[in-house]
Design a protein around this ligand. Structure first.
Ligand code: NDP
Length: 456
C-alpha cells in the first residue's frame, strides 16, 4: 500500500502518514464484511443495542482526545469539535434504542396472515466528506449497524483520522471483526470500487452534488440503494417584521460556522428592503467580531479552510472587483485562512449567488414582498435547508411550506438534530438521515404470507 499524508490546515504541517487504501483494499474489506454479516444479523436486537451503548460509552471516554484530533485535522474550533463529538455519542445512543423497536406489521388478508419484517441490507458502503468527519460518519454508521448491516466506511482522504479511531474504539468495545471497517483511501479508487461492487447493497454518501450524480449513475448498474446528502445554497429570509437584531446576531454563525464549509450554510441572506441598511449595519459589527485563528484556542470562532485547493476555489468567488460590503479578520502566515466576507449588492446571476461556495462568503439579496422572497429562495438547483425570520406566525408557516427545502427553521438557524430527519429537496440529495428515517433507509421491507386456511 502507498501512504496518505494528512495535513493540519491551520499550520500546513503533517499531522499523520497512514496507509492509503486502494481498490484491492476495498474488495478485501467488502469480502470480510460479507463474511461477518451472517453472524452479525443474528445478534439479538437487545444485544446489538447493548453493543451500540458500549461504543457510545467508549466514545464518551475518549471524547476530549477525539475533539482535539478532529479540531486539528479539520481545522475547526475546539468548541465546535467538542459539540460535534457530543453529537456522535448521542447518535450512537439514539440508535442503540433502535434494534428493539425495529418492528413490522401484521396485515389482514384472506386465507391467512401477512406480516412484514425489516431486514438488513447486507454490506453497506458509507462515503463521507471532510467538513464534519466523525459526525457525518456517525449519522450513517450507527443506524446502519442498528439495522443489522455490516459497514465499510470511506472517510475523505483529507480527514480520515477520527474515523480510524472510531473503528479502533468500536472493535475494542466488542464489535465483531468485519462489522465496521474504515478504508482511508481516495474516492477515485477505493470509493469508486465500493460504489461498483456487486456485494455492496447500499451507498450512503455525503459530499458534492457533482460526485453525488456520479455515484447515483454508477450505483444504478447494480440497483444499489442510495442515500445522497449533497450541496446547498440555503436562504436565510429576513422579513421587515422580524427581530432584526436577533437575525443579524445569528446570521454569521449560520454561514461562517465551520468556515462556511457546511452544506446547510445560509449563504444567501435575503433581506426585506425596508430593513436592509439596518440589518447590514448590525451584521457588519458581528462579522468583524468573529475571532478567526488557532482551532485549539478556546476563544476561536472560525478556523481555516480545509486545504489550499479549497481556499483557491473560495477566492475565485471574490475577485478584486467583487462588491465586498463586510470583511472580517484572518491571520497571516501558514494555514489556509480566508476572512469572513459579505458581498452586497450582487447581481442575481453572479456565480456567488448561484453556486455553492463552501467557504466563508455570504451574499445579500434584497426582496420587496413575501412572493418575491419565496421566488428568490426557490431560485436554485438546491434545497437543503433555510431559515425564516418574522414575528408573523402565519406568514412563517406559509413561507416554510412554500420553500422547496428539506430542513427549515423559524426564528432560528438550526437544522440538525439526532431525532429528526435531515436531507434535501431537488439536487441537494435523495433520502433522509437521522431520526427514525435513517433506520428505515438501512433496511428492506419483507412481506411474509402464512396460509392458515382461514377465509376473510
Ligand atoms: P467530494 O464530493 O469530492 O468528496 C466527498 C467524498 O466522496 C470523499 O470521501 C471523497 O473521497 C469521495 N469521492 C470523491 N469522488 C468519488 C467517487 N467518484 N466515487 C466515490 N467516492 C468519491 O467533495 P470534495 O471533497 O471534493 O469537495 C468539493 C466540493 O464539494 C466542496 O467545495 C463543496 O462544495 C462540496 N461538498 C459538500 C459537502 C456536503 O456536506 N454537502 C461536503 C464536502 C464537500 P476523497 O476526498 O478521499 O477523494
Amino acid at each position: 500500500m502507498s501512504t496518505l499524508t494528512v495535513l493540519e490546515p491551520a499550520t500546513e504541517a503533517v499531522l499523520a502518514v497512514i496507509p492509503r487504501a486502494d481498490a484491492e483494499a476495498a474488495d478485501a474489506a467488502v469480502a470480510r464484511a460479507r463474511a461477518a454479516w451472517p453472524a452479525w444479523r443474528e445478534v439479538a436486537p437487545a444485544d446489538r443495542g447493548r453493543l451500540l451503548h458500549r461504543i457510545a460509552d467508549a466514545l464518551a471516554a475518549s471524547a476530549e482526545a477525539l475533539s482535539v484530533l478532529e479540531a486539528r485535522n479539520a481545522g475547526k474550533p475546539i468548541t465546535d469539535a467538542r459539540s460535534e463529538i457530543g453529537m456522535v455519542i448521542d447518535t450512537f445512543r439514539y440508535y442503540a434504542a433502535a434494534p428493539e423497536r425495529h418492528t413490522g406489521e401484521t396485515i389482514p388478508v384472506g386465507g391467512g396472515i401477512a406480516m412484514t419484517f425489516r431486514e438488513p441490507l447486507g454490506v453497506v458502503a458509507l462515503i463521507t466528506p471532510w467538513n464534519f468527519p466523525l459526525n457525518i460518519a456517525a449519522w450513517k454508521v450507527a443506524p446502519a449497524l442498528a439495522a443489522g448491516n455490516c459497514v465499510v466506511l470511506k472517510p475523505a482522504e483529507l480527514t480520515p483520522l477520527t474515523s480510524l479511531e472510531l473503528e479502533r474504539i468500536a472493535l475494542a468495545a466488542g464489535l465483531p471483526e468485519g462489522v465496521l471497517q474504515v478504508l482511508a483511501g481516495p474516492g477515485s479508487t477505493a470509493g469508486t470500487r465500493l460504489v461498483e461492487h456487486p456485494d455492496v447493497a447500499k451507498v450512503a454518501f455525503t459530499g458534492s452534488t457533482t460526485v453525488g450524480r456520479r455515484i447515483a449513475a454508477a450505483a444504478s448498474e447494480t440497483i444499489k440503494r442510495v442515500t445522497l446528502e449533497l450541496g446547498g445554497k440555503s436562504a436565510n429570509v429576513i422579513f421587515a417584521d422580524a427581530d432584526v437584531a436577533a437575525a443579524a446576531a445569528a446570521a454569521p454563525s449560520a454561514v461562517f460556522g465551520n468556515a462556511g464549509q457546511d452544506c446547510c450554510a445560509r449563504s444567501r441572506i435575503l433581506v426585506q428592503r425596508e430593513v436592509l441598511d439596518d440589518f447590514l449595519a448590525q451584521l457588519g459589527e458581528h462579522v468583524r467580531a468573529i475571532r478567526v485563528g488557532d482551532p485549539l484556542d478556546e476563544t476561536t470562532v472560525m478556523g481555516p479552510l480545509i486545504s489550499a485547493a479549497q481556499r483557491e476555489t473560495v477566492a475565485s468567488y471574490v475577485p478584486s472587483d467583487a462588491p465586498v460590503a463586510i470583511r472580517g479578520e484572518a491571520p497571516d502566515g501558514p494555514g489556509f485562512w480566508f476572512a469572513p466576507t459579505v458581498l452586497s449588492p450582487v447581481r442575481p446571476d453572479d456565480r456567488a449567488v448561484v453556486e455553492e461556495i463552501f467557504g466563508p462568503v455570504a451574499v445579500i439579496v434584497p426582496f420587496s414582498d413575501e412572493a418575491e422572497a419565496v421566488r428568490l429562495a426557490n431560485d436554485t438547483i438546491y434545497g437543503l435547508s433555510g431559515s425564516i425570520w418574522t414575528n408573523d406566525g402565519a406568514k412563517a408557516l406559509r413561507v416554510a411550506r412554500a420553500m422547496e427545502s428539506g430542513n427549515l427553521s423559524i426564528n432560528s438557524n438550526s437544522s440538525v438534530r439526532v431525532s429528526t430527519p435531515f436531507g434535501g429537496f431537488k439536487q441537494s440529495g435523495v433520502g433522509r438521515e437521522l431520526g427514525p428515517h435513517a433506520l428505515e433507509s438501512f433496511s428492506e421491507v419483507k412481506t411474509v404470507y402464512y396460509a392458515t386456511g382461514a377465509t376473510g
